[in-house]
Design a protein around this ligand. Structure first.
Ligand code: ATP
Length: 255
């Protein structure tokens, strides 16, 4: 394994542990995500994947250890501060504003990026710039035809695309996606994987994903989380050949 210092990491977790009272959910977890890579975290149910994402995005503070973004510690910061520092997360449970239009949903992130509060457009020029940037994200996630529809009226997979657009709209360099293809048909899954590949170009992606076809087609590296720590990190092919992983996780499916 190559050792990298935190300067070379887009996101780094060093010896991170998290307990809820007596329950140790994560223990001595190390993870080093390189700039520009697409990285999946896989693991059995209850392994701690959601807890891991909650720590990175600031929903919980780690009990011990450090989390850094491009070399700067973010451990224990509030979610909006972590977002400002350059990390955006989409949620496993759809987290969009159903009564706002698709365009308005995307504009929220763009406004936040420019530090503008609702209704306080100070100039026509600024408003135009914000609307132009929103339109660009709308196009990137393929929802132009739905711009004026209420987000609540979109199909499920369109809502997931909107969610991805919302993570992009804040301008973050590091994107966390929590099971972005959960609940999709095979065809929708393939489309979603293509979309994720396209929109994360030049960004760093960390995703929790159960669908191994998505992991294999999309990700540069995979980390396997078992019982609250990382069992292995490798290329998808390396992971599929790893005996420890087969025994702990994949083996169950291949048996
Ligand atoms: N707030 C909490 N208080 C107590 N225990 C918790 C809390 N949050 C999570 N846990 C426990 O931590 C363990 C890991 O949960 P977590 O949701 O992180 O796993 P996961 O890998 O995301 O699982 P799944 O794939 O089923 O979503 C579980 O045993 C869960 O019961």
């Amino acid at each position: 394994m190559t050792q990298q210092n935190s300067q070379q990491s887009a996101l780094k977790l060093a010896n991170v542990s998290k307990s809820f009272g007596p329950i140790k959910v994560l223990q001595g977890l190390n993870l080093d995500i390189r700039p520009g890579e697409r990285h999946a975290v896989i693991g059995p149910n209850g392994a701690g994947k959601s807890t891991l994402f909650n720590l990175i995005s600031g929903m919980f503070a780690p009990t011990s250890g450090d989390i850094s973004l491009a070399g700067n510690s973010i451990a224990g910061l509030a979610p909006h501060k972590i977002n400002r520092a350059g990390l955006a997360r989409s949620f496993q449970i759809t987290n969009i504003f159903h009564r706002l239009s698709v365009f308005e949903n995307l504009r929220i992130g763009v406004l936040a990026r420019h530090n503008v509060r609702f209704g306080l457009f100070r100039s026509v020029g600024r408003m135009r710039r914000i609307n132009d940037e929103t339109a660009e994200i709308l196009e990137r996630v393929g929802l132009q035809a739905r711009a004026d529809n209420l987000a609540g009226d979109l199909t499920y997979s369109e809502q997931r695309a909107l969610e991805i657009g919302m993570t992009l709209s804040t301008g973050a360099d590091v994107i966390l996606l929590d099971e972005p293809t959960a609940g999709m048909s095979r065809e929708e899954t393939a489309k979603a994987a293509d979309l994720i590949r396209k929109v994360t170009e030049g960004k760093t992606l960390l995703m929790v994903e159960h669908d191994m076809s998505v992991v294999f087609s999309l990700c540069d590296r995979v980390s396997v989380l078992v019982y609250g720590s990382i069992l292995a990190t490798d290329t998808p092919h390396g992971i599929s050949q790893n005996r420890d992983v087969q025994e702990a996780y994949l083996g169950q499916e291949e048996a």
